[in-house]
Design a protein around this ligand. Sequence first.
Ligand code: HEC
Length: 147
Amino acid sequence: MKKAAVLLFLFAAPLICPPLAAQEAMRSSNSGVYTQAQADRGHQLYAFRCARCHDTGFSGAPRLGDGRFINDFIGKTLFDITDLIHTSMPVDKPGTTPKAEATEIAAYILSVMGATVGANDLPADDDVLRQIRVDLPVMPAGERASR
Ligand code: HEC
């Protein structure tokens, strides 16, 4: 009988724990969630795979740095960005950007937004990415004008 109770607990624990984990506080995209080195790697991937549309506006692609590109994600999570890239970009070859690369590119997008750089790479882990909310960075007025 006791054994059964222990077994029941072992099986039930994973069912109970995920909701608890999900209640962890959301972090802001401005809390240092990526590194400069990662953004640089993401920049290279972006130049190779994305710039032909997103630097030019080709086929109606929103330009990186345009309000729309970033604004569409404000208040969503980094998972939403990486998942969109992973599943539907480039539009002419959807599904060809691995999650790891989508994460590096997301770091680059954060750097273009001016999000604060941190000490650790953004991990290509959906659970972590879901916990990071995309916020507009708060920049000094002078710095914003020079971008
Ligand atoms: C062949 C052109 C093309 C390429 C290459 C391409 N995209 Fe796109 N992308 C688009 C178009 C067009 C849209 C707008 C889709 C829409 O509005 O439904 C878009 C939308 C997006 C969005 C959503 C922007 C928003 O405001 O909602 C993101 C993020 C994005 N692309 C990222 C990427 C990344 C990262 C790559 C490289 C891995 C990439 N795209 C490659 C054409 C392209």
